[in-house]
Design a protein around this ligand. Structure first.
Ligand code: SF4
Length: 953
């Protein structure tokens, strides 16, 4: 099988004359096909990956052939996990560059700018190379180098003591960028702690909750490549979720005739590529979507077969219209009336999008039918009070058009995501950590992580050992000064170990800073719902793998990585053994090799066990005479299913069918009185994992938990709705959530190429607003939030919706004089002063400057702007239902005051505590029905045993 295009005449001649290497050799006959052969495909063939020859680019015009080992791994610079090929100079054992891996089924050899920039991160001359222990007070910036042995012994001793005292809820692992596919859940379950905390409630919990209400799965998996109409509520083509794999397929779909519509108050790069741009007022998206629902119903553009079988309309009629005949026709008539209030004119009033455009787009969606793909991730779902209702309204369009799980439609995430079978499954723990899942938020889709410092302040609990992993709340979360306050307090946060590949604003306040590898320096598996298939990717430490191939295997990854940079996987195994050296705590037994009884599991064995159980992989491997582990080391990815449509149609197994009856009215299969499936096309089908096994238009859960007004998809007015603003006083809604396509939240500060491209975050303001306020591009403004202000410059543009302003959160990184010199491509040098009564001031002392280092480029820095840290001026706004932090801000904009300087920040943390308490009042706390803390059927990270769901147990 060839990986190559046929060479042209000139190319053949040049190859024959050895002017260029022969790029057209046949690959090994048994190698898998590259994911997407085509005119732009040009990769070294795998049979030459052990010794690939290229001329040294730095020696030009001399020809200086260099021998490389090509080792695949996976990018870690966003959640998409695209494939990378690393090129390792065999003479120096240095990684020289990263390119795309053509064998990766999602990214298919392509990357965004952040993928190849992984090389900047590993070559960063400021990087943390050794484990460090604080020597002064927290935050003093004084560190001593220590050995991994010391680190493991000290932390393990503390954890052991905490567990022996029964203080299991005081051990917490707080993750920023996750991954690991269940690895850490397994570790925490082995320790018996309810210790998982995440960043999800400042990221995606809003949209997730909206989807989960419909069908349990909390993410959409759109099949853009085969769609006829694509609707995005975000800047998804350039910066959304899984955006490189999605972007490729959106473009493919468009090249094949699909139309694209984008809702976004900014004319993002994505909106600029669209057939329709709908610059919605922030928070009005659900109103527009429900107007589309109304048009679909009135014009009868819905899919009767799908709706009739797969929507729980019978329950809706039973509960809301008990007196009408229980027929599908009656259901349609009833909801036609309900959604009539969302007329296109009403939606225009709320959103500013013309009613005629809404109708046009709806008709296109109706025409696309089952080939309608849609996505909403952070964006509106993460910005607004009730943002979860946007995803719920969007998915309603998929349900109406019968495009759930179809070719060209939108599948539930779980259908396209591989779940590993791990070698040992510790039992669920018997704890409930109320610092993560407090009573006030019984429906919170993930942990209430942004409230942690407030909970600590209120004395709701404390932490004995706190791991932060690739997590930087001081900078990324709202209310960062409150985080600093908590992290400095040894009574509240006992031992804080920051596991991080690079310095960050949170690590400055840790007790240990533990350098964990970048993308190419650690193990991991990845699988995401990037398209209609299912795949698994293997992230591996490439220098370790190169050494193994060269016959110099190492025991631990830090022996191959730069300095003593390690990886989490091995760290947790070693730590777990030291917590429980004699096995008396019952922890050690969960870290024993499945292949060598009684011996400690190795990382190779951990992944070998998983790969041996990946469907189809052992068979694929047999053709190459490799082990499964070697196959994944060689190619870095495997396609498990080419397409994964209509999984709800799976016929129920006989053992499930045993003892079942059929509810003729609801058309469901019942076992012990509860639905376990749905009758469809004459057979019992598995359906969806909801209480009704159907798509839940009517949510009994919302009714039972105190929100009957949201029993069906509705529009919720945002906290930044125009009713909340005083325009005459200069109020604006601020959209602070948009990503820049070339930056990563907290980890691109050490990537010089990326900071060269993007290094400032002005406030976007429409020309009309700027004229009205006599503000020009570059003018300094003061942006006042509920708890403080920041001073930024303005960018006056037509690409912003009038009356709305926006500012990217990707910039404004900082370090203080006493902090380690890290991320100097991006960090402003700042001074922070803490005044009386919770008043904090930050001033920029210096911007970005050229500096001398082993990297000659550091003396060529030409930019001086590091941007402004806006998030730290925001209070927490927890949505009372989903628990999502509602990012959008009502701000007042004025010209800068006398004495204001670019980058100034002022925050009153006493006020932020008051705002926290005010939002806390918005929610009816648990218990719900039967004394439950939260519904049993909804997912929960690190799920405890069911009895812990009951408040009185
Ligand atoms: S989209 Fe870009 S940053 Fe994200 S994994 Fe792919 S290459 Fe890396």
């Amino acid at each position: 099988m060839s990986n190559r295009q046929k060479p042209g005449f000139i190319e053949s001649l040049a190859e024959a004359l050895h002017l260029i290497p022969n790029l057209h050799d046949e690959a090994g006959a048994d190698s898998p096909s590259i994911s997407e052969p085509g005119a732009l495909t040009d990769y070294p063939p795998p049979d030459q990956w052990d010794d690939w020859v290229e001329n040294e680019s730095q020696s030009w015009p001399q020809r200086d052939p260099k021998h490389y080992m090509v080792v695949p791994t996976a990018c870690f610079n966003c959640e998409a996990g695209c494939g990378l090929l690393s090129y390792i100079d065999k003479e120096t054992m240095e990684v020289r560059k990263f390119e795309g891996n053509p064998y990766h089924p999602a990214s298919r050899g392509r990357n965004c700018a952040k993928g190849p920039a992984s090389i900047n991160q590993i070559q960063d001359t400021d990087r943390i190379l050794y484990p460090l222990r604080r020597s002064g007070e927290r935050g003093d910036g004084k560190w001593d180098r220590v050995s991994w042995d010391e680190v493991l012994d000290e932390i393990a001793g503390r954890i052991r003591e905490t567990l022996l005292d029964g203080r299991n809820n005081e051990i917490v692992y707080h993750v920023g960028r996750p991954g690991h596919e269940g690895y850490m859940d397994r570790v925490l379950k082995a320790w018996g702690v309810d210790g998982h905390n995440s960043h999800t409630n400042i990221c995606s919990a809003g949209a997730r909750f909206g989807y989960a209400l419909w069908h349990f799965y909390d993410r959409p998996s759109p099949d853009h490549a085969n769609a006829r109409f694509i609707l995005l509520i975000s800047a998804h083509l350039e910066a959304g979720h899984y955006f490189n794999p999605h972007a490729q397929r959106i473009i493919e779909g468009m090249m094949d005739g699909a139309k694209l519509a984008v809702m976004d108050p900014r004319l993002s790069n994505t909106a600029s590529m669209a057939d329709y741009w709908m610059p919605t007022y922030p928070g009005s998206e659900a109103a527009v979507l429900l107007a589309m629902v109304n048009v679909i119903l009135q014009e009868e553009l819905y899919d009767t077969d799908f709706m009739k079988t797969w929507v729980n309309w019978q329950t809706y009629l039973e509960k809301e219209h008990p007196d009408v005949p229980r027929t599908f026709e009656q259901f349609i008539e009833a909801i036609k009336v309900v959604y009539q209030e969302y007329s296109p004119e009403f939606a225009e009033k709320e959103s500013g999008v013309p009613a005629a455009q809404i109708v046009d787009i709806t008709r296109e969606i109706g025409k696309a039918g089952s080939r309608f793909s849609a996505h909403n991730w952070r964006s509106a779902g993460s910005g607004n009070l009730g943002g979860w209702a946007v995803a719920r309204a969007l998915h309603f369009l998929n349900v109406l058009t019968g495009s759930v799980g179809t070719e060209g439609g939108t599948s539930p995430s779980g259908w396209n995501k591989f779940k590993p079978d791990v070698f040992d499954n510790p039992p669920a723990h018997k704890f409930w950590n109320e610092l993560h899942f407090p009573k006030e938020y019984p429906l919170a889709h993930y942990e209430m992580s942004m409230l942690l410092p407030h909970f600590l302040k209120e004395g709701r609990g404390k932490m004995s050992v706190y791991f932060t992993r690739v997590f930087n709340p001081v900078w990324t979360f709202p209310d960062g000064f409150t985080w600093i306050d908590a992290l400095r307090d040894g009574e509240k946060v006992g031992l804080h170990a920051a596991l991080t590949p690079t310095w960050n604003e949170t690590a400055y306040f840790a007790d240990y800073v533990l350098p964990m590898g970048h993308a190419s320096e650690r193990h991991d598996i990845i699988s995401y719902e990037t398209h209609s298939g299912m795949w698994i990717g293997f992230r591996q430490p490439v220098l370790r793998e190169a050494k193994r191939r060269m016959g110099e295997p190492v025991e631990f990854t830090y022996e191959a990585n730069p300095g003593e940079v390690w990886e989490e996987d091995e760290f947790w195994i070693e730590l777990s053994w030291r917590i429980d050296p004699d096995g008396s705590l019952g922890i050690k037994k969960h870290f024993i090799s499945p292949y060598r009884p009684g011996e400690k599991i190795t990382i190779d064995e951990y992944y070998r066990y998983i790969f041996e159980r990946v469907e189809g992989l052992p068979e694929a491997v047999a053709a190459e005479d490799l082990t499964v582990l070697d196959y994944m080391r060689k190619y870095g990815a495997f396609e498990i299913e080419k397409t994964s449509y209509e999984k709800h149609m799976k016929v129920l197994d006989d053992d499930i069918m045993d003892g079942t009856t059929v509810d003729q009215e609801a058309n469901t299969v019942l076992k012990d009185g509860k639905p376990v499936g749905v009758m469809a096309d004459g057979a019992p089908r598995s359906g969806f994992p909801t209480p009704s096994c159907k798509q839940e238009f009517y949510s009994q859960t919302m009714v039972d938990w105190g929100w009957p007004e949201y029993a069906i998809p509705t529009y919720i007015k945002s906290h930044v709705h125009p009713d909340e603003l005083d325009r005459d006083k200069g109020d604006f809604p601020l959209v602070p959530t948009f990503r820049l396509p070339t930056l990563i939240h907290s980890r691109s500060g050490n990537a010089k190429w990326l900071n060269e491209i993007s290094n400032r975050n002005p406030v976007w303001m429409h020309t009309q607003d700027a004229e009205r306020m006599s503000i020009q591009t570059g003018a300094l403004i003061r942006v006042t939030t509920e708890i403080g202000h920041f001073v930024d410059r303005v960018w006056v543009t037509e690409a912003m919706k009038p009356g709305v302003v926006a500012c990217s959160h990707h910039l404004g990184r900082w370090r203080r004089e006493q902090d380690a010199k890290g991320n100097r491509w991006s960090t402003n040098l700042v001074d922070i002063q803490e005044g009386a009564n919770g008043q904090w001031h930050m001033k920029v002392l210096d911007g970005i400057r050229p500096y001398k280092s082993e990297d000659g480029d550091s003396s060529r820095i030409f930019w001086s702007d590091g941007g402004v840290h806006q998030n730290i001026t925001f209070p927490v706004h927890p949505d009372p239902i989903s628990g999502m932090h509602c990012w959008h801000q009502k701000v007042r904009i004025e010209k800068a005051h006398d004495g204001d300087a670019y980058g100034d920040v002022m925050v009153d943390t006493d006020k932020s505590f008051e705002v926290y308490k005010a939002w806390l009042q918005k929610t009816p706390p648990a218990p719900g029905p039967d004394g439950l803390r939260r519904p049993l059927w909804l997912n929960r990270p690190l799920r405890p045993v069911d009895e812990m769901y009951y408040l009185d147990r």
